[in-house]
Design a protein around this ligand. Sequence first.
Ligand code: ASP
Length: 325
Amino acid sequence: MKPRIAIFFTGGTISMSINPTMGGAAPALSGEEIVARVEGLRNIADFDILNFARLPGPHVTPAIMLELAQAVNAELLKPHVDGVVITHGTDTLEETAYFLDLVLQSEKPVVFVGAMRNSSELSWDGPANLMAAVRVAASTEARELGVVVAMSEKIIAANEVTKTHTESVDTFQSRDFGALGLIDKDRVLIARRPTEREHIATDHLESRVETLKMVSGGDGKFVDFAIAQGTRGIVLEGFGRGNIPPAYVPAVERAAQIGIPIVLTSRCPRGRVLDTYAYDGAGKTLTNRGVILGGVLPSHKVRIKLMLALGAGYDLAQIRQSFED
Ligand code: ASP
């Protein structure tokens, strides 16, 4: 008996072709049309094709991610479904994958996949990537890994994966820890487990969370603006080990004093934030004011996690524990 895989099609370049009227690539293909163009796919598994959406990655919102998570969960609960594949625009794929990794709890494989070339291009990587993703979703080796991304023959954990290149097909990387495994022809090879995963049990998210990127010479006016707009959480993308310009500090202090959770991340593409430095604006002056350290996560993933933690009703202590322990 072949495994049964539910494939959610959400859009992205994997579903795109050049639209001459629009003058560029745009979503065009249905799930059935994509599957029909992947020779041999039906030899690996039987499919339930779910045309969830036809969105480019930048159109996907956290509210849509929540809807998708609930639909995927419903499939995972069906005893005859062995795994799930989700096609997605690569621009925001890592946010949706991480979102689902936080909220889903299943030992069955959940595999995100996309393409960097559209179906009008000679080198459309959609079919090969989809074939590889289905192999992962159908394999017993990929169970209990949480949500993963399968692209260009690599399997990468959702909490670690980042799009690193604007156009290379080998764009997805786990920059700090490396891939979990490989897809080599018909073999799925798993070398290690993902780094610390976490589960946030919630059906809600708090959308009023802002992300602010630090620049040299910047000040706290956008922090004050966020406070005035009623923000419920702030993510600071700081410099290096986790430092910000001193002119931000008074506004950060104002936000902390009214109980807004503030999580610090780094502009650096690799490494963890820590309160190593103690000068004005440095990590120590921020943690002394209640700022939470975001670990190795980039700011856009911290935002997703903070939205879910707040949606789940976590208080400040629970949010701190979730990021720092
Ligand atoms: N801009 C596209 C998107 O995210 C890129 C892709 O899918 O590769 O929809």
